[in-house]
Design a binder for this molecule. Sequence first.
Ligand code: BG6
Length: 421
Amino acid sequence: MHRPLTIVVFGTTGDLYQNKLATALFDLFSSGFLPAKFTILGFARKPLADLEFRKFSEAAIKKRGKKINKTKLVAFLKHLEYIQGDLNSIESFKNLRLKLASNDKKNGACSNKLFYLAVPPTFYRSIFQSISKTGLSVPCATKEGDKKCTWTRILVEKPFGQDIKEAENLDKMLGKLFDESQIFRIDHYLAKEAVQNILNFRFNNGIFEPLWNNKKIEKVRIVFHENNNVSNRGAFYDDLGALRDVGQNHMLQLLALIAMDNPAQMNKKEIHAARQMILENTKFRNVLVRGQYEGYLNEKDVKGDSNTETFFRLNVSINIPRWKGVCFELESGKALANGEVFIEVYFKNINAHLTFSISSNEGVTYDAYEKVLYDAILGDQTLFVSTKEIMSEWVLITDIIKKWQKIPLVIYKKGSKGEDI
Ligand code: BG6
């Protein structure tokens, strides 16, 4: 935390930076969790002067509507700089390298570097290659010995690929260019406090663990309801659909946490292995509903004849003795009556179930992004997803997508309740 830090955000004029990252970064700064010397360097195609980028970020932060400490905001904005660049052009990355080197020189020390890919996944390949080709993946050193204590890390948003083939190709490339300790694959749901509490609840008291198996549990429901529609993310969403957007990542991670064995130790290696064991044994059973909300086809940037699902309900099973015969139902949708994320665990022979409620309100999401950024700065990968987990998630999702293509879409009214679809 004594060394200067540079956070390069690729795609700063996009949705993620505007709606989540700008505020999360400001909150981190306000709470004193950023080093004294830090720079947030925006990188996007739009030509902007530093001052314009600061104004843009200020507006994004103010959008939340929460009371803001003006002095802190002014101080924060001074750390923001901008560089115009094309994500597909190596020249732009050469310029970025020069800019970073000149900033380090000004500071009189090499800074740690965090590269945040807040861009659609179609740009990942070109960014990985350019970061590597221009030598940006190697920590810099201004004097002997510096290299040892500076680091360069790369933060990758979901979705990591579109199917198992693409995810494997991307991962192979990433693995060649960077060390696994440099790669932080984000699933912001893992950083939510209520999600971390699932493990506390299960393993910090002895009451429930003896009941946590197929002898006592009949069914588990993982419900991810959203009341928002695709708003201005039509192009991005239409290529994905609900299953890839939240199923492949957030919902499968919730499934892993609710079903995993007690790790031998609560450290990154053991927790990742325990989650992975569930994910690699999760198999598709059947689809109950594939749906699309009425009016989706008229959303901005959505194809007029799109077959993309905005709702699904399907069953999976976990093929290990502990969960043999237990049905795990996953249900998610956009434009529903309520935005609520929860897990229900139904017990056999008693008319009762346990509910884990995972709030999806905005404040909680900002906190999650703060945690993602903070852990990446500290180098703690526990709440990030390992390469093996991502691959297992994609094996399952690719299988489902292959099998459900021909299932006709149910059209539902905006504001429907999940159970009515
Ligand atoms: C994102 C999805 O990963 O998660 C969005 O791309 C979804 O479509 C969002 O709305 C939900 O996250 P949260 O934290 O707002 O519940």
